[in-house]
Design a protein around this ligand. Sequence first.
Ligand SMILES: Nc1ncnc2c1ncn2[C@@H]1O[C@H](COP(=O)(O)OP(=O)(O)OP(=O)(O)O)[C@@H](O)[C@H]1O
Length: 336
Amino acid sequence: MGVEIKVEHLSKSFGKQLIWGDVSLTIPAGEISVMLGPSGTGKSVLLKTIIGLLKPDQGSIIIEGTDLATCSEKELYEIRKLFGVLFQDGAMFGSMNLYDNIAFPLREHTKKSESEIRAIVMEKLDLTGLLGTEDKLPGEISGGMRKRAGLARALVLDPEIVLFDEPDSGLDPVRTAFLNQLIIDLNAQIDATFLIVTHDINTARTVPDNIGLLYHKHLAMFGPREMLLASEEPVVRQFLNAQRVGPIGMSEEKDADELAAEVGQELPPLPPIPMQLEPSNGIPRRSQREPGAWCREHGVTPPPGSFGSEVATASDPRTPAEATRRTGGRPTPAVV
Ligand SMILES: Nc1ncnc2c1ncn2[C@@H]1O[C@H](COP(=O)(O)OP(=O)(O)OP(=O)(O)O)[C@@H](O)[C@H]1O
């Protein structure tokens, strides 16, 4: 089912350096959320705080009624069992083959027999498309396969929450596309809450149900994907569309002179909102919403061409069967 993560008024400093302050957001159960932000805005610090590896200075993180900011070590240990984490480099033990790497959490944290462990490891290898590679060492496989192996290991304890720290770092666009599809398929299958930190704008635009943006020591916005992709808020608009015009400069914030030079400069139009990736078996995820639903419900006109390329219209030459297949078996949405 996945569980909700409720973050309220969270602040974190290292010494005198405030990383972010007064961060509040609710990461919905079972949904996919992405956290974005310029380098150094504290995305990894937020992930580590959410899993209880770092203590916040103020605020609370409530998971299943427990506040990770104030709970005992014993409670924290129990809550951590809900998490699976995919670290940036896969964090594999270099001297162990993939099988032993993936079996590691089961051997450490459970009393399962080797035959039970084998069944689970093989199932996760299958889920992540790695069957047949179990004897390989991490150094013998590609970066993309190492990420998938890290993911298989993150899944062996059947987590309710999966955290992904830059899953696409170091991957080429094709491997990133495959990994993104795997993330969608896994979410459909295991229904856990996914939180992904990424720099990849294409991933942020097409994968999640929700997007958050950390900027200048605070959470600039968090909400449904369509809300942020249709937003005219300068920081959100600039970051999600990878534009140079806007408040974000080379070293985070632009100074007054740089901003003054942009006055009167016309902003490029917002690009169309793309379709969200769908499970490859065509069966919608539980948290998946119809394209354009948020915009319609909130009276927001999305940028021209949004959702258009995948949507059948009266003049669309595709057959109804093909249109239905492309929209995952749901009724074909209207163009908004
Ligand atoms: N344990 C620590 N002690 C002191 N400072 C830290 C610690 N961990 C992180 N920081 C500082 O916190 C800030 C945010 O770091 P963080 O790695 O979370 O940023 P990020 O947004 O994930 O960056 P990137 O996108 O480049 O990975 C940085 O200035 C970093 O130096």
